[in-house]
Design a protein around this ligand. Structure first.
Ligand SMILES: [Zn+2]
Ligand SMILES: [Zn+2]
Length: 444
């Protein structure tokens, strides 16, 4: 199965618009990239561990952004800070040629780390509404920041091999899906050059160092919905005097899954997750409200609408059954799928596959389903970047994967308190993939 895909990709690579792809000696380029990475490895690993121990949640990435901006400045980039609150833009001009955007996201998550790593986070964070919680880089953005800097270092070390303008951006607040939008609203593509190409990558739970290049739909549509049930509070001993929002919420959590099991086409991807459910204070008070937070995922527009309508109808139906007022159903924001350019995915895959990486490199065609996670990287693509690819890079320790498979236990994935990608192979692979991708479009 792999060989025909490789041949197809190689021939497509020759035909692709990426000027560098056809002439690039991928293996030689990879060796040069690796040499720079090894020279800088101490700094890159220390940076990853430092970010891991000092996680900052969305729009609070002041320290993180400052460190990265300073590193870029030291490499010779012109850096503009505070683009989209805590975001920044670094530009490096190296003659005439394409503008290539390489994006990294900087935010962590409000959760307690349980990895047991020697450099595990014990940091705390306070949200805008005053709630304090632990913070953790549970999505691997710390790994991304290290590979993103390593990519800038590698490209600068071989600047006689490419031409054009590098646009290295540090994006805030990916997790709540607002950071990319904030940067665009702050003039990312009007105050700064509009990119001809864009690249990003995410670490996941696959075997460390394995690379997946997806054509077409890469990530899912994501929609956040808040449902507030309004009941009537009463003494815990007098349920007949109440309209119990806890019971409404509990019924809703169960019934809403029938949107997936009975309404959605089983051939199509769709997820409805109730991620939080808050109601009440103590055992003997029936509260008057219950509030639930939902995350909806889908690939196509039809399923996306069906899920949103189904959640809304279920909430209304549950309230009617309890003789309660109509619930509030609030859609916070929606994120569209990341869609990779088919030809650019094939040409970058062709280069990466020929470079001799340690892990496996796989091209997933457009007709295959994408990854179920979502990414606000899609906002950059939709804002008019003509050609873009978002890569997936494995981060899990192979020994751990084998042990968990033997024990029939689930693998810790992104957002798990146990998610701990292996820094060495994931960062090194990220640098190779992103640098080769830039060279494939900007190489001389
Ligand atoms: Zn995440
Ligand atoms: Zn992430």
């Amino acid at each position: 199965m792999r060989l025909p895909a490789l041949l197809l990709a190689s021939s497509l690579a020759l035909a692709a618009t990426g000027a560098g792809a056809a002439t690039l000696d991928a293996a030689k380029a990879r060796a040069a990239i690796d040499a720079t990475t090894e020279k800088n490895w101490g700094e890159l690993e220390a940076l990853y561990k430092d970010f891991h121990q000092h996680p900052e949640v969305g729009f609070q990435e002041a320290r993180t952004g400052r460190i990265l901006a300073d590193k870029l400045k030291a490499l010779g980039f012109t850096v503009t800070e505070k683009v989209g609150k805590t975001g920044f833009v670094g530009l490096y001009k190296n003659g005439a040629g394409p503008v290539v955007l390489v994006r990294v996201e900087m935010d962590a998550l409000p959760m307690e780390e349980k990895t047991g790593l020697a450099w595990a986070s014990r940091a705390q964070t306070t949200s805008a509404d005053g709630k304090t919680s632990f913070a953790m880089h549970a999505c691997g953005h710390d790994v991304h920041m290290a590979w993103w800097l390593g990519t800038a270092q590698a490209l600068l070390a071989m600047k006689d091999k490419w031409h054009g303008t590098l646009m290295f951006i540090g994006q805030p607040s990916e997790e709540i899906g607002e950071g990319a939008r904030a940067m665009l609203d702050d003039g990312l593509f009007t105050r700064f050059p509009k990119p001809d190409y864009a690249f990003g990558a995410h670490v996941g739970a696959a075997r460390a160092g394995d690379v997946e290049v997806k054509q077409g739909v890469a990530t899912s549509n994501s929609d956040s919905i808040r449902v507030i049930f309004h009941g009537q509070g009463a003494h815990g001993s007098m349920p007949d005097k109440s309209i119990d929002p806890v019971v409404m919420g509990a019924r809703f959590v169960n019934d809403v899954q029938s949107v997936i099991s009975r309404q959605k086409d089983p051939q199509k991807f769709g997820v409805v997750t109730v991620g939080n459910f808050h109601a009440g204070t103590v055992a003997n008070i029936i509260p008057d409200t219950a509030e639930l937070g939902l995350s909806l995922r889908s690939f196509d527009a039809e399923t996306r609408k069906l899920l949103i309508d189904g959640v809304t109808d279920t909430a209304k139906g549950v309230a009617i059954m309890s003789h309660a007022p109509a619930p509030e159903v609030i859609r916070r924001h929606g994120l569209p799928s990341v869609i990779n350019d088919d030809a650019l995915a094939a040409s970058t895959y062709g280069v990466i596959a020929k470079a001799g990486l340690k892990g496996s490199v796989k091209l997933e065609p457009a007709y295959k389903p994408g990854w179920t996670a979502s990414e606000d990287y899609s906002e950059f693509v939709l804002a008019g970047v003509p050609k873009s690819v978002f890569f997936s890079i494995g981060g899990s320790d192979p020994t751990l994967l084998d042990r968990l498979a033997a024990e029939n236990k689930p693998v810790p994935v992104n957002h798990s308190p146990f998610f701990a990608p292996l820094a060495g192979p994931s960062i090194r692979t990220g640098i190779e993939v992103l640098t080769l991708a830039v060279l494939s479009v900007a190489g001389k």
